[in-house]
Design a protein around this ligand. Structure first.
Ligand code: IMP
Length: 420
């Protein structure tokens, strides 16, 4: 048996979907433990491309998907994804935690309203209601999945919460005339549609651990979007670090066997906030086009830049990463030179760790190591098949981080993967 965690080590979009899909082969349960429908997983199987926001990617492969307590669940999205799978004759094996908080319509409206209010200082959220929902969870004003199954409980909560939300909407100048009765009915209907999946997932997961099942905990977003360790406030509203795999699922740290970090061979980020190695030139554009760097959730173009190992080391330290999966190496194919950031120059010093101060982050200068480019990695199926320059690039990353790279991805297809 083993319990493994997969974490994104940058700003999300590292290609975790493909890696989780690859690792899923021998897994019994795939678990999401944080985030919500702000995430976007793209999995390509044959000619078919599957895009999900809430369902764990393993569900397409017939694995048991678990949406655990740490996730914020938008029932509209969940029902839509279940129906999409059913229309392809895939009956999802799914468990949704009764403790997970529900993303309500007012959370989505407030997400948009807060962004408008922030103007130039906006976070650039996905507007999926994530921040307002987690805020309510922590303020103990949340509606949980279990509440959708009980009319009295839901109505009582709505009566308490909605008048306050109405006032808040007025502050933001948003028209909000949703009726308590209508909303209660709407969410009870959602509850009925997902009732069969609602479980005490922490109980089920601990039973699975005792029975020696293979469990994969699938992180969403990346460490630099973690609300504590990322580029706050330009982060998401959950903890994306490995530690939250335990809190967000109810599995004790005692049972985690392996933590895998996913690193994209360059860096991207969507939305606002500091990005030290961002390239606003032709190379950045090239990475964006060749890497297909457009958001799965919002369609926004992702900002692109060189690989930043100060970022990745920060993520690996906090998460205790055991091994790495390096993705999208093929996107660097054909460049004459490639660079890796190994430190930050600021105030006449070279910083070797990721600062928390936004003013420093916005004014530092990355220190780069330069490498010769290579022609093609896409066809490589073993490490030795890679051009020497690409091997040097990979080895440098390993040596710098002192963590082995166990998987290299050179394309979106499952077979375009090298294991070491
Ligand atoms: P929120 O999670 O929608 O509140 O957005 C907060 C920040 O996290 C924004 O910069 C988003 O673009 C970013 N973000 C949220 N989810 C993802 C993701 O799955 N990939 C990349 N960025 C994300």
């Amino acid at each position: 048996m083993s319990v493994r965690v997969v974490i994104g080590t940058q700003w999300g979009d590292e290609g975790k979907g493909k890696i989780v899909d690859y690792l899923c082969k021998d897994v019994d349960l795939v678990v999401r433990f944080q985030g919500g429908s702000n995430a976007g997983h793209t999995v390509k199987i044959g000619k078919k491309v599957y895009r999900f926001h809430l369902l764990p990617s393993g569900v397409i492969r017939g694995k048991i998907g678990v949406i655990a307590n740490g996730v914020v669940v938008d029932p509209e999205v969940l029902i839509d994804e279940i129906e999409r799978l059913r229309s392809e004759n895939i009956e999802p094996k799914l468990m949704v935690s009764d403790r997970a908080n529900v993303v309500m319509i007012y959370h989505k409206l407030l997400d948009g309203a807060e962004e408008e209010y922030l103007g130039r200082k906006r976070i650039g959220t996905t507007r999926r209601g994530i921040g307002p929902c987690y805020s309510d969870k922590v303020a103990r004003r949340g509606i949980r999945v279990g509440d959708l199954l009980d009319e009295d409980v839901l109505r009582e909560k709505m009566e308490l919460i909605l008048p306050v939300k109405r006032e808040l909407m007025k502050v933001y100048g948003v028209d909000f005339d949703l009726d308590i009765e209508d909303l209660t009915r709407r969410y009870l209907e959602y509850g009925e549609k997902i009732r069969e999946f609602v479980k005490d997932t922490s109980y089920e997961l601990n039973k699975a651990v005792r029975e020696g099942k293979e469990i994969l905990l699938e992180g969403a977003q990346g460490v630099m979007l973690d609300v504590d360790f990322g580029t706050y406030p330009y982060t998401t509203s959950s903890n994306t670090v490995a530690g939250n795999a335990c809190t967000g699922s109810g599995i004790s740290p005692r049972y985690i066997d392996e933590i895998i970090g996913v690193v994209k061979s360059y860096t991207t980020r969507v939305g606002g906030g500091p990005f030290p190695t961002e390239l606003r030139d032709d190379i950045g554009k090239h990475l964006q086009m060749k890497g297909g760097e457009f958001g799965t959730t919002t369609g926004r173009a992702r900002r692109c830049g060189w690989l930043d190992l100060v970022v990745v080391r920060h993520a690996c330290t906090i998460c205790g990463i055991d091994g790495l999966a390096l993705t999208k190496l093929d996107v660097l194919d054909g460049l004459r030179k490639v660079k890796i950031c190994v430190g930050y120059e600021y105030g006449g010093e070279v910083l070797d760790r990721f600062p928390s101060d936004l003013r420093i982050l916005e004014n530092l200068k990355p220190v780069y190591e330069e490498f010769d480019g290579w022609r093609m990695t896409k066809k490589a199926r073993t490490f030795e098949d890679l051009p020497k320059e690409a091997r040097d690039y990979v080895r440098f990353i390993e040596e710098f981080l002192e963590i082995p790279i166990n998987i290299i991805s050179v394309g979106a297809e499952r077979e375009e993967t090298i294991t070491l």
